[in-house]
Design a protein around this ligand. Structure first.
Ligand code: SF4
Ligand code: SF4
Ligand code: SF4
Length: 350
């Protein structure tokens, strides 16, 4: 019997397809039945609460994040003529920027926290997902979720630079630094190097308005839910700093009159995508701020559960009882058998 490379690969592909078909994993309903159990937020989970209505866009959090994480300033080529390195002008997350403030703008941009003819700020950094897809996708466990704090960190010593985490993250967070001599993944680690020193994350420490708070996720959620009932014109006393006193004593609060009403949701607490430990409040729709919400760009519903539940569930099903390898082997044996029969009949004709 002879089998060339092309026939072998074709056979393997047929086997793989057979395995997938056997698993019946193509339909959404079947994928859902194959989903593994959801992961829970640890009891002592730590996180952030960002309230877009309190953010004044000062970017003190961006500067402090760079400082405490020893990240370089970022100046884009189109800015180099007027910015010779005087200040950081990061526009988005990158291999040099772990935390960024972006702006939503519409029409005349006349009023803050208004969707039409208005604007709003949004802070982007790792959301420290409850069930992180980056952790699930990493083949060498270089992305790690701490079982007690729930902080998702990256271990550069284990990382092989495959960038699966970059593609798996539904929030577009991990970035690969192509410029460094040795490329590396970068993302916010909730300043977990500062916490043992009794210091809160840099972005929270620098925030003058309390737009970014730190604390236990349960406390942050409770604080956020109180704000949902506020109406325009109400005065509210906003806390600042570490509201749980988990790492540092809370800072002095400040009073502010509410000018825009909140979207009735604490983004990240219950979902989407399995929930996060960075929570968000906003007066403008979350999807307008660039956070996955409702439907994606193709009109598909963004699920409440983490994508990792589907992918790991299907993989587990295929490899339980070695279904996929067995299907590939069966396909190869059948192909070999067919080839040997053909070879024998050709020999008889000769
Ligand atoms: S936001 Fe992205 S990088 Fe951060 S934990 Fe979630 S999946 Fe991982
Ligand atoms: S927690 Fe630390 S690393 Fe993360 S955004 Fe804030 S300052 Fe940056
Ligand atoms: S420091 Fe606070 S107010 Fe200033 S941009 Fe950052 S989150 Fe907004």
């Amino acid at each position: 019997m002879s089998m060339n490379r092309r026939e072998f690969l074709k056979g393997a592909a047929v086997g793989g397809a057979t395995a997938v078909a056997a698993a019946g994993a193509s339909s959404e309903a079947q994928a859902i039945t194959l989903m593994r159990e959801p992961k829970e937020r640890p009891e002592g989970a730590l996180g952030l609460l960002y309230d877009s209505t309190l953010c004044v866009g000062c970017k003190a959090c961006v500067a402090r994040c760079k400082e405490v994480n020893h990240m370089p300033v970022e100046i884009y080529p189109d800015q180099s003529e007027w910015n010779s390195g005087t200040w950081d002008t990061a526009k988005d997350l990158s291999g040099k920027t772990l935390n960024v403030i972006k702006a939503y703008m519409n029409g005349t941009i006349a009023e803050k926290d208004r969707e039409t003819d208005g604007f709003a700020f949004i802070k982007r950094q790792c959301l420290h997902c409850v069930d992180p897809s980056c952790v699930s996708a990493c083949p060498v466990s270089a992305m790690i979720k701490d079982p007690e704090t729930g902080i998702v960190s990256h271990d550069p010593d284990r990382c092989i630079g495959c960038r699966y985490c970059v593609y798996a993250c539904p929030f577009g967070v991990p970035k690969y630094d192509f410029e460094g001599a040795f490329g590396q993944i970068h993302k916010c680690q909730l300043c977990n190097h500062r916490l043992p020193e009794g210091k809160m994350p840099g972005c929270v420490d620098a925030c003058p308005t309390g737009a970014t708070l730190f604390g236990r996720v349960e406390d942050l959620n409770k604080e956020a839910r109180q704000r949902l009932s506020l109406k325009a014109g109400d005065a509210y006393t906003y806390p600042r700093g570490d509201i749980s006193g988990a790492i540092e004593r809370p800072r002095s609060p400040h009073e502010k009159v509410i000018s825009a009403e909140y979207q009735q949701e604490v983004y990240g607490y219950d979902g989407p995508l399995g929930g996060t430990q960075a929570l968000y409040l906003s007066a403008v729709s979350f999807n307008k701020l660039g956070l996955p919400h409702g439907t994606d760009n193709f009109g598909r519903k963004i699920p409440d559960h983490a994508y990792a539940r589907e992918t790991e569930g299907v993989q587990h099903f295929l490899y339980t009882g070695m279904i996929a390898p067995a299907a590939v082997l069966t396909a190869l044996v059948l192909m070999a058998y067919r080839n040997s029969e053909k070879h024998t009949s050709e020999a008889e004709e000769d």
